[in-house]
Design a protein around this ligand. Structure first.
Ligand code: NAD
Length: 481
């Protein structure tokens, strides 16, 4: 029997597809499960089912929607250890990090559940004394939620919780590399009291299932997290029906370390950011600009910290700080970027190569110097545990370097100088800036990028907006004399 992983119209269904995808544990290189690349008919069925389900769901009072959203969080929390292991196995992050991701996903469902009875509209004064203007916030409709492999659990929560609380139905397409946790969560969603069709899941590849979802006329919003090239294709497909897109794409977060910084704090936080998830986070520290006067001291400490990283397979060893990269092709991409940098004269201070392990896609924590702002390693997203460092003279120059990027997601600043902080607040053109703190966003904040890092955003009250439509009614009346 083929894998029964598609969840459509309130049921798990057996796929008719003969295209089977292996899911691989990146630490052991073993095949841990198989999923199908769903057919066109199955993808269309999922959207049709969501379309019907949405009509029912939008009439369910917000308070009841909130109760269901909260219950999903409770049920995930109840089986935290199972899901954490599953996540670590399919994606490679250390078990402790996987536990943290499950906790964040649970918090996300709980946070979103509390928006019930709070999503409202406005009454605006009219220019006409016999008129009332009513502005309603309504669910946008069917959401296609396309998920990447780096945070498959948290981003599942981001897309599903936000859709459900706003009254939208959703079709989830997990990454073909990490579908197991989303499939397991579908068993929870099957049992929380959702009307049929409100939640659906189809497995498959980006250029097949992802493309069909993005070009389907009954999808009202494509909420996709992934790379810039895939985001571009989603926009092209969406253009056929003028479908709204919510895209969270790549980043190349600049980190400015001033001579006024606490260098030990900077080193501790930059290391944590660069090795989290083996550097595969869109907001992770991707390039460092350090002020000349403190460059040597900072680099020495940074090299020592990165060198002192315990790398391995955390399901075999509790002390592991960093796991493998998620797949063989991501390892190859990181390797090729570092090799190009070496060929162009960069100096490898530590790391700079694959790790000598029996199995798995492990790359050593790496620090690179002797690079310039315009070099490929400073401008292209690496998405691995690789930290290139260059220097700057004046703070204005550092800001200029930071802003000079096709990306505009996260940025960070280490300084204890008030004027530098305020100058950064005014002059940095980024969706997010972390000051004297590790990268990592709050659920009640707002996560969004500028330039090629994306369109629209998620989290907090501002994150609800993309999932809502605005309907204005002009209510004219006569005086009853
Ligand atoms: P990817 O773009 O290859 O895949 C992401 C998802 O999009 C997958 O489900 C994939 O199947 C799907 N997809 C691929 N091509 C598609 C197409 N033509 N049409 C529709 N869907 C398609 O990205 P990835 O390599 O899995 O993820 C890494 C990237 O994601 C990095 O660039 C990273 O910065 C970015 N990312 C961004 C955020 C954020 O919040 N901004 C968060 C996590 C990851």
């Amino acid at each position: 029997m083929k894998p029964q992983h598609l969840y459509i119209n309130g049921e798990f269904v057996e796929s008719q597809s003969n295209d089977i995808i292996d899911v691989i544990n990146p630490a052991t290189e073993e095949v841990i499960s198989k999923v199908v690349d769903a057919t066109e008919e199955e993808t269309n069925n999922a959207v049709e089912s969501a379309w019907r389900g949405q009509k029912e769901w939008e009439k369910v009072p917000q308070i009841e929607r909130g109760q269901i959203v909260r219950k999903i969080g409770d049920e995930i929390a109840a089986d935290k250890e199972t899901f954490a292991k599953m996540l670590s196995e399919e994606q490679g992050k250390p078990l402790e990090e996987a536990r943290g991701e499950i906790d964040t996903a649970v918090s996300f469902f709980h946070y979103m559940s509390e928006w019930n009875r709070k999503i409202g509209g406005d009454i605006m004064p009219s220019d006409d004394p016999n008129e009332q203007i009513l502005i309603q916030k309504k669910p946008i409709g069917v959401v296609a939620g396309i998920i990447p492999w780096n945070y498959p659990v948290f981003i599942f929560a981001r897309k599903v919780a936000t859709s459900l609380i706003t009254g939208c139905s959703v079709v989830i397409k997990p990454s073909e590399e990490t579908p197991n946790t989303a499939i397991a969560f579908s068993k929870i969603l099957d049992n929380v009291g959702l009307p049929k069709g409100v939640y659906n899941l189809v497995t498959g590849k980006g250029d097949t299932v992802g493309n069909r979802l993005s070009s389907h006329p009954k999808v009202a919003l494509i909420s996709m997290t992934g790379s810039v090239p895939a985001g571009t294709k989603v926009m092209e497909a969406a253009a056929q029906n003028i479908t709204k897109v919510n895209l969270e794409l790549g980043g190349k977060a600049p980190i400015i370390v001033s001579k006024h910084a606490d260098l030990d704090l900077a080193v501790k936080n930059i290391k944590a950011s660069r090795i989290e998830n083996a550097g595969q986070a869109c907001i992770s520290a991707e390039r460092v600009y350090v002020q000349e006067e403190v460059a040597d001291a900072f680099t020495k400490k940074m090299v020592a910290a990165m060198e002192d990283t315990k790398v391995g397979y955390s399901l075999n060893d509790d002390n592991v700080e960093m796991g493998p990269l998620s797949s063989a092709h991501h390892l190859e991409k990181v390797e090729s970027l570092v090799n190009n940098a070496k060929d162009n004269g960069a100096r490898i201070e530590v790391g700079g190569e694959r790790m000598n392990m029996d199995k798995g896609y492990f790359y050593a924590p790496t620090v690179i110097t002797n690079v310039k702002h315009e070099d490929e390693i400073m401008t292209t997203e690496v998405f691995g545990p690789v930290l290139p460092i260059t220097t700057y003279k004046t703070f204005a120059e550092a800001i200029e370097y930071a802003n000079d990027s096709i990306y505009g997601l996260a940025s960070a600043l280490y300084t204890n100088n008030y004027n530098e902080m305020m100058q950064a607040a005014r002059d940095l053109h980024y969706g997010e800036t972390f000051v004297n703190r590790e990268t990592g966003e709050a659920i009640q904040g707002y996560h969004a990028g500028m330039r090629q890092s994306g369109i629209g955003g998620t989290d907090g009250k501002h994150g609800l907006n993309d999932f809502l439509s605005t309907h204005v009614m002009y209510l004219a009346y006569k005086d009853n004399n």
